[in-house]
Design a protein around this ligand. Structure first.
Ligand SMILES: [Zn+2]
Length: 245
């Protein structure tokens, strides 16, 4: 049969886990929203590059159309120049040629700029091709993992709550009351504290050697002289100690 102390330890471990599970479930919606935000930021950074690329391609096509229209205009102006009947017609044709040449040259500069953007954005998308391709499926996987963990937490909470109840009921009333009082008194909900390196792990008070020896060799309920929590030494440590003694 289990000692009272080991029941108390089990109860404390169950309560610690239950607190963690409740916290997981309570913060689930916030955590999900954070994940969605992160995904959205990520997706929009990729969309932004894709948009820059398609805008640049579109602009390049328009500029090229503009260039070929201007060149048609230049041919027309050149014909007008040849057939000019007077100075006025001649000068008008010259002016048009000048202006169309400037336009072609401006358009060509702009085409180069758009080509630079196309090269840059294509290179980035190429580099991030895997990421771009798997964006949606990675996200769905992440979301489904999140939901799985959440439902696992919910069922663990349910099972552990029942188990905790039965452990608690096995305790003598006197100890159950002590446990409840200690839990309600402490902010961290710790009533049963492990002894680590000879100190109470809840209040960090160094314990007298005699107390540690008693803890290792008996199953008595011993409390911390400083914080009054119930103390215990982890199993492997007390086994080692009894093997040595
Ligand atoms: Zn203590």
């Amino acid at each position: 049969m289990k000692s009272e102390l080991s029941k108390l330890i089990e109860l404390q471990k169950a309560d610690n886990r239950l607190r963690q599970l409740k916290n997981n479930l309570e913060t689930a919606e916030t955590r999900r929203a954070e994940l969605e935000d992160e995904f959205e930021k990520h997706a929009s950074s990729i969309r932004e590059i894709q948009t820059r690329l398609s805008d640049a391609k579109e602009a390049k096509v328009k500029l090229e159309t503009g260039i070929s229209e201007a060149k048609t205009g230049l041919e027309r102006a050149a014909r007008n120049l040849k057939t000019a009947q007077d100075t006025k017609q001649y000068e008008a044709a010259m002016r048009e040629i000048d202006s169309l040449n400037r336009q072609v040259s401006n358009f060509e500069t702009e085409v180069l700029e758009q080509m630079e953007t196309i090269d840059e954005t294509s290179a980035v998308l190429e580099e991030r091709a895997d990421e771009v391709e798997n964006l949606e499926s990675d996200w769905e996987e992440q979301l489904s993992e999140f939901n799985t963990t959440l439902s696992e937490d919910a069922s663990e909470l349910e099972e552990l709550t029942a188990k905790r109840q039965s452990v608690f009921q096995e305790l003598p009333d006197r100890l159950a009351a002590v446990y409840d009082r200690l839990v309600s008194r402490s902010r961290d909900g710790i009533a049963v504290a492990e002894v680590i390196n000879g100190s109470c792990s809840a209040c960090f008070m160094s314990l007298r050697k005699q107390v540690v020896v008693e803890l290792k060799t008996t199953n008595e309920i011993i409390t911390c002289e400083s914080c009054t929590r119930i103390l215990y030494v982890a199993e492997d440590e007390s086994k080692e100690a009894s093997a040595v003694s």
